[in-house]
Design a protein around this ligand. Structure first.
Ligand SMILES: [Zn+2]
Length: 272
């Protein structure tokens, strides 16, 4: 797949073919309106339902539905996302508006909260959980971490577990800025926090408890440290989605990230 990417992505037609093969674009699928499988090509890449007459475009339901990105642009942005290139730098390199890049980055992140974030992990109803703090008044974001030998799963803890913070052995000044606490078995093993600095830039602090690592999570914490250092541009309200990205990256750290992401996006369904 990797070798064919260069050839496939020289022009828009090749890019389209590549995305169809990768399952990002869904090609023929049952009618969205009536569910009929009697669907026929309707020209210009559109599909028509023979039963109810409804037509729809190739992008429908895909990660690029309702975006103006070309197929090539999508592939290039996804590639830079995989390489952890900040959105402003990606926008500059590709001559694409920053808001388009931001928007796609965010959509890709949301796809991580949806599906399984590791082999053999059961599907979690993560979407229904929603943000655990109001956007206008950000509070600490607490995640529980579950680990099995090779994969990690992180879930927001219910607000009731805020009490957990009170028992933590961490400075008070930090408590409001906590983005992530690693609580496994209700024990605190480390945290990731924000410090707004004098220029109002936010600095991310990754701190394992007592500066030592709890052995089962050592590799994860080291990974998190490196990855967060590349994501200091993140806005605070993007952090819960980023935490899921972090987990996805960790669980796929031995794979080619671009292809792991494409695979994840092939199962993506744009919410109505
Ligand atoms: Zn129909």
């Amino acid at each position: 797949m990797k070798t064919s990417l260069g050839k496939m992505t020289r022009n828009e037609a090749g890019a389209k073919e590549f995305l169809l093969k990768a399952g990002i674009l869904h090609g023929f699928q049952p009618c969205m309106l009536c569910g009929s499988t009697r669907v026929i090509p309707a020209g210009r890449g559109r599909t028509r339902c023979s039963d109810c007459g409804f037509t729809w475009g190739l992008r429908r339901g895909s990660i690029i539905e309702n975006t103006r990105l070309t197929y090539l642009q999508f592939i290039r942005i996804a590639r830079l996302f995989a390489d952890e290139i900040p959105p402003n730098e990606a926008a500059e390199r590709l001559h694409i508006g920053l808001s388009s890049v931001d928007h796609l980055y965010h959509r890709i992140r949301l796809s991580f909260t949806d599906g399984t974030s590791g082999s053999g992990t059961p599907k979690e109803p993560a979407r229904s959980a929603g943000p655990i703090f109001p956007k206008s008044r950000p509070g600490p974001v607490i995640f529980g971490i579950h680990y099995s030998p090779e994969t990690i799963r992180i879930e927001p803890l219910p607000p009731a577990t805020n009490d957990l913070i009170i028992d933590l052995d961490i400075p008070w000044s930090l408590r409001g800025n906590i983005l992530f606490i690693d609580t496994c078995e209700k024990t605190y093993h480390g945290l990731i926090a924000y410090y707004p600095d004098r220029e109002n830039q936010e600095v991310v602090l990754v701190q394992p408890k007592n500066r030592t690592h709890w052995p089962p999570l050592t590799v994860f914490w080291k990974y998190a440290q490196t990855s967060w250092s590349r994501h200091r541009y993140l806005k605070r309200d993007a952090v819960p989605a980023y935490v899921q990205e972090l987990v996805f990256r960790y669980n796929h750290r031995h794979k080619d990230m671009f292809h792991a992401i494409l695979e994840q996006l092939s199962g993506y369904e744009q919410p109505a």
